[in-house]
Design a protein. Structure first.
Length: 278
């Protein structure tokens, strides 16, 4: 498999990897500068030249994955009979520099409700490297023309028109952060109930007032959810102290708080353990 296809495959499978690039060659080497390969914990695609050069790079890449290294590393190797080797002698006579770049698993976020706040929030989140799921039970809220503002998104945007939006909770990847902000409080309650029954989600956030949450707590408790279960839901969402009610202000508040959560998650979770095939 070509290295670029391998990067795409890892992104789709939500698996961590390392992109290995032969950045410079002095003298003779098995391949020219610019050759690339992709390495995971148990697989590798394409080649930077084989032999001790490639085996050493693969071993370093897998050590990076095991250690949760998140910053690029550089490896310099001499290809002659006097150079120390671990994987067989390589006597091309040149010297090479190899760059190893971690390919982390992109966070996944699902926004339920693409009304005024949801759309403003999507505009902000789309500027980040995410798997961004946008869900609404109303077809007119997720039309191509309405979401055209996201056409230049950095995120990979997945649009779901779902008359029963709770079903989408079973389709999003493990570790997805869920934000509930639909137009219908009954729909919000159903989503909260289903989200609490899903074991594969990360955080669950609910937009709304303390009065709304008081009613939801009673309803969810009546559905059999324990106090510990209810603690999984964060409400209200957003930065405390930012009290504006304009959709754009709420969206900025919610996005900032979510980015804080994602950065803390990225800092604490080893890269090799983030990816889960779904």
């Amino acid at each position: 498999m070509h290295w670029l296809a391998a990067v795409e495959r890892l992104r789709g499978e939500r698996r961590a990897g390392v992109l290995v690039t032969l950045v410079s060659v002095r003298g003779h080497a098995p391949r020219e500068a610019g050759a690339k390969m992709v390495v995971t914990v148990d697989d590798a695609w394409d080649s930077i030249g084989g032999g001790n050069l490639e085996a050493t790079a693969v071993a370093r890449a897998r050590a990076m994955l095991a250690d949760g290294v998140r910053t690029p590393q550089q490896l310099e190797l001499a290809l002659n009979e006097r150079a120390p080797v671990e994987h067989g002698q390589q006597c091309c006579g040149g010297e090479v520099v190899v760059l190893l770049e971690p390919l982390a698993v992109a966070p996944s976020v699902a926004v339920f409700g693409m009304g005024h706040v949801g759309l403003e929030l999507a505009r902000i989140l789309a500027r980040h490297d995410l798997e961004l799921h946008l869900v609404d039970s109303r077809a007119d809220q997720v039309t191509a023309s309405r979401l055209a503002v996201l056409d230049d998104a950095v995120a990979r945007v997945h649009v779901h028109h779902a008359p029963v939006p709770e079903l989408v909770l079973g389709q999003v990847p493990r570790g997805t952060h869920v934000l509930v902000m639909t137009h219908d409080h009954a729909e919000d309650a159903a989503l909260c109930d289903t989200a609490l029954r899903c074991g594969h989600l990360a955080s669950i956030g609910l937009i709304g007032s303390s009065a709304k949450w008081s009613r939801f707590r009673q309803r969810l408790a009546a559905e059999g959810h324990s106090p510990a279960d209810l603690e999984r839901i964060t409400t209200p969402i957003g930065l405390p102290g930012l009290a504006g009610k304009a959709p754009a202000t709420i969206a900025v508040s919610v996005a900032a708080d979510l980015v804080r959560v994602l950065e803390a998650e990225r800092a604490s979770a080893p890269a090799a353990r983030e990816g889960v095939t779904t």
